[in-house]
Design a protein around this ligand. Sequence first.
Ligand SMILES: *[C@@H]1O[C@H](CO)[C@@H](O)[C@H](O)[C@H]1NC(C)=O
Ligand SMILES: *[C@@H]1O[C@H](CO)[C@@H](O)[C@H](O)[C@H]1NC(C)=O
Ligand SMILES: *[C@@H]1O[C@H](CO)[C@@H](O)[C@H](O)[C@H]1NC(C)=O
Length: 385
Amino acid sequence: MRCKRSGLEIFTLTAVGFLGLIFLLNENDRDPTLIPRQETAEEDRVSHVLPTVPPTRDHKPVLNCRENSAVVNVSGFAQLPDHIKDFLRYRHCKEFPRILDVPNKCGGAQASKNVFLLLAIKSSPGNYERREIIRKTWGVEKVYQGVQVRRLFLTGVSSNLWEAKKTNRLLRLERREHMDILQWDFYDTFFNLTLKQVLFHQWMEEMCPGVRFIFNGDDDVFVNTYNVVQYLVGLPSTNNSHLYVGQLIFNVGPIRETWSKYYVPEQITKSNSYPPYCGGGGILMSGFTFHAIYQASLDIELFPIDDVYLGMCLDKAGLAPASHMGMSTVGVSIPSSKLEAFDPCYYKELLMVHRFIPYEMLVMWQALQEPNLVCGQMNKVYVGM
Ligand SMILES: *[C@@H]1O[C@H](CO)[C@@H](O)[C@H](O)[C@H]1NC(C)=O
Ligand SMILES: *[C@@H]1O[C@H](CO)[C@@H](O)[C@H](O)[C@H]1NC(C)=O
Ligand SMILES: *[C@@H]1O[C@H](CO)[C@@H](O)[C@H](O)[C@H]1NC(C)=O
């Protein structure tokens, strides 16, 4: 009896000790500030990923680049909204360290030519649910029609200090679990989206220069990855060809109304027109064009609206954007009733639709997988090219 009890006691003690150990290890996991060195080392072993810089502990972006204080002398500066002042102060800063990296996303620079399509999705740190749904639906990393598709979320740091403390941890966890988070140390704001784009081009030059096609879009779009792959596979196979399709916008210029989210004052650009561009909700481009944009961007100063900036780079590179009827970034002209709008047959023929809320994406993706989904006569939707 006693003997058995001791055995049980020893077992219990061992079990408690073991559980305690697991708890401690988990604690390290959840609180990166506790034992940073150990965690970094462990992460590196698991993932073979070396962060470019150690993650910052104070959650304040490290700015090697100083603000340009001379902008205060720009006429009318004092009257500008704060975010525009901020943009002008830091417009010249194009280098920011990476906090979370996934250098092996394409299997290294050499092997990156084996990646057919990279889905690069701009996502704000707090948009966890959107990322989760994309991972489960159109962002699944797998082989489609014999070609490799990879997924990557592009993010910065929340400009709210308390948010940043939480979301930086969240992003670390997500990266560890999914290996799909690329995070830079800059404030993830609307007017910094161009910066995010440019940093992504820099990263691609280094890590994935051989990728054949890139889908660059927002995390609130629904992409019919099957159709996108089918469309791209069907293109004439040349390695050095230009492709830049999406929803084409032309004959527009800067909005000069201060209340608008897109307000761009003359202090940012005097020009009253934008070059043709594709709406930034979702753009499909070739690796060739992606690289050409990077080259052009080296000589073009940042412009706050990211899709317009891409249009400026294309223009400089002597390339034109094209429209694609299968890609709508401002919501499709949906068949009359709400029910019909959700008809999977409708989406079966599209490449991408903007403004989906997460659960809709899940339902739609499931519906598209239905082997028994019977749709009427297929209209040829994509005629853009
Ligand atoms: C702004 O202009 C004034 C007058 O020309 C000059 O003294 C001052 O140094 C300028 N400030 C900056 C930050 O360049
Ligand atoms: C962009 O990010 C930098 C670095 O965090 C920040 O200093 C700047 O204020 C941000 N710009 C805007 C317009 O939010
Ligand atoms: C394109 O590049 C791939 C991989 O480098 C190569 O296998 C293929 O033959 C090339 N195709 C053309 C048309 O040049």
